[in-house]
Ligand binder design. Structure first.
Ligand SMILES: O=C(O)c1cccc(O)c1O
Ligand SMILES: [Fe+2]
Length: 295
């Protein structure tokens, strides 16, 4: 069993790096930690970054999760290989650029590139947010898969993820700690990143951010609304490079692990995703081919 400790980052290709960074800082409100000629690293909390842009084709490159140490990483490699999943060990240069001690990469059964990392660098200095959006942390990430049930089997048989709730066969919300979900899988035709989520400090932050985005003509995809699963108040909006961001406030914590029973919501009910019955659709950022596995 591979024990995921936490989510680490999203790595995204950016055809227009300056615009992607500008939006992440000035609109989303993240801190620009480091910028080189063709790369940028942004943070929302103590993690060195939760979002890295690499100039090149638009699309998601990979998502990262932390495991505890080198033993856990070596165990993960063995576990994945025993399950027939091809693993590529990270290089020293790759680890430096990810600001982790070591890492490996693999593809989930649908072609989402996932990285497992040890020792993601923490930056203790106070956050210098791009704007006061109220961000408290990188909340969760959501992958696409054509078969959500098969994705659940993959994530729950090899990893410590536990399902918190189902939205029919359309979505599976998985936890790796008391937070209701840190990983979600949504049904989509192709692999990709459905969205990345940032927790904000209050309901007022969600609503202020909504006004802020509207005034600037940012495309609101869905919300404000309230998810019946985590009970969080949410807002999804579209950034450059096809990246969907979600702000949310008030995510449920599952403190009694034994008592929790996953619930099954009917995706065709009008309040399946939004208790306030708003309508919207969340578009995805397609997975870029990284050449990890020859197809
Ligand atoms: O927070 C949730 O419960 C939730 C539900 C459906 C879809 C999401 O993205 C969510 O974050
Ligand atoms: Fe979400």
């Amino acid at each position: 069993m591979i024990h995921l400790q936490d989510i680490a980052y999203v790595r995204s290709g950016a055809a227009d790096l300056a615009t992607a960074v500008g939006f992440a800082v000035d609109v989303v409100g993240l801190e620009l930690v480091e910028r080189t000629g063709d790369r940028a690293w942004l943070r929302a909390d103590e993690r060195h970054h939760c979002l890295a842009f690499v100039e090149g084709r638009s699309g998601v490159l990979s998502t990262g999760f932390t495991v505890s140490d080198e033993n856990a990483l070596a165990d993960a490699e063995r576990t994945l290989e025993a399950a027939g999943v091809k693993v590529v060990r990270g290089s020293a240069a790759g680890a430096r650029e990810r600001h982790v001690r070591d890492y490996l990469a693999f593809e989930d059964p649908f072609g989402n590139v996932v990285e497992l990392v040890t020792d993601q660098v923490r930056l203790p200095r106070p956050l210098a947010f791009g704007r006061p959006a109220g961000i408290t942390e990188f909340g969760h990430l959501c992958l696409d898969a054509p078969d959500v049930r098969a994705a659940y089997r993959f994530w729950s048989s090899l990893f410590n993820t536990r399902v918190s709730d189902w939205i029919g066969d359309r979505a599976c919300l998985l936890r790796i700690d008391p937070v209701h979900h840190k990983l979600a899988v949504f049904k989509g035709d192709r692999p990709g990143l459905c969205h990345m989520n940032f927790q904000v400090a209050s309901l007022d932050d969600v609503m202020r951010n909504w006004r802020f985005l509207e005034e600037r003509g940012v495309e609101i995809e869905f919300g404000p609304g309230r998810h019946p699963q985590s009970t969080a108040v949410f807002l999804y909006f579209k950034g450059p490079e096809g990246l969907t961001y979600e702000y949310s406030y008030g995510v449920r914590r599952i403190t009694d692990e034994q008592a929790w029973r996953p619930r099954y919501f009917d995706p065709d009910e009008p309040d399946a995703i939004d208790m306030w019955r708003g309508k919207g659709s969340i578009s995805s950022q397609p997975q870029l081919s990284t050449g990890l596995v020859e197809r």
